[in-house]
Design a protein around this ligand. Sequence first.
Ligand code: FMN
Length: 255
Amino acid sequence: MSAITISEDKCVGCSLCVKDCPGFCLYLEDGKAHVHDTGCIECGHCYAICPQGAVRMNGYDCKEEPVVSMTELDSQTLLAAMKSRRTVRQFTKQPVEREKIKQILEAGRYSPTGGNSQSVTFTILGCRQERAERICVDIFRKGQRIGASIAAPLKRIEISDSFFFKDAPLVIVVSARNSVDAGLSSSYMEIMAESLGLGVLYSGFFVMCARVSRKLRNLMKLPKGQKVVTCMVIGYPAVKYQRIAPRKKVKARVL
Ligand SMILES: Cc1cc2nc3c(=O)[nH]c(=O)nc-3n(C[C@H](O)[C@H](O)[C@H](O)COP(=O)(O)O)c2cc1C
């Protein structure tokens, strides 16, 4: 059964939904749109495009919210803000407000996913944050003892008790079956967090630990089949950057 139902009363047979359906699940018959039983990925394009509001998506919260085009954001300001974004590694102790956490998760929920899988999971470490960091610190300290005999610069790294989460008040682990989905979702969340005055650190080191430590994965109780893709360390920044960090020239090619 498809999640889509079309109200015959409201449908005027304009075929906008039929043309926009990526799965070819809709067809026009007797001047009305109809749905095939299979193949729908529930992307909601038919719901979003219908000028008559004739489409319903069963099992979804279909509350009406205004559509806002990205063109309403000033593109030059957006680009300048993207260039000014910095990874934050020093945080104040101020907790992140519940409303802001909700808004960050809402941004993550609305990123595109392959085949509209919507399988990205956001795990807030909460009361397990300290234990998770302890596990990571132990792994890295052990690794450092072994690795420093091979690579001298490893000795220099000071693995403090707060090496992974930098005393930040919020850590969100982003997992999915598909890494690209989780990566895109994280990027949406990062931009939202920044716009709320927060700073973000992607802890790739935490992700490395999650790959090798069953104990850490058990602690997070990840849904089956999901892999940890990013770990977002979030809080109010205790630093301010005065200028944009330079970058290498763009590697773009026209063939
Ligand atoms: C996937 C990913 C993993 C990262 N892991 C870490 C990390 O474990 N520790 C850290 O200090 N920075 C980490 N970073 C931050 C990068 O070092 C940083 O993005 C890069 O140096 C550029 O600085 P900028 O983000 O301020 O532009 C990570 C960034 C990404 C995208």
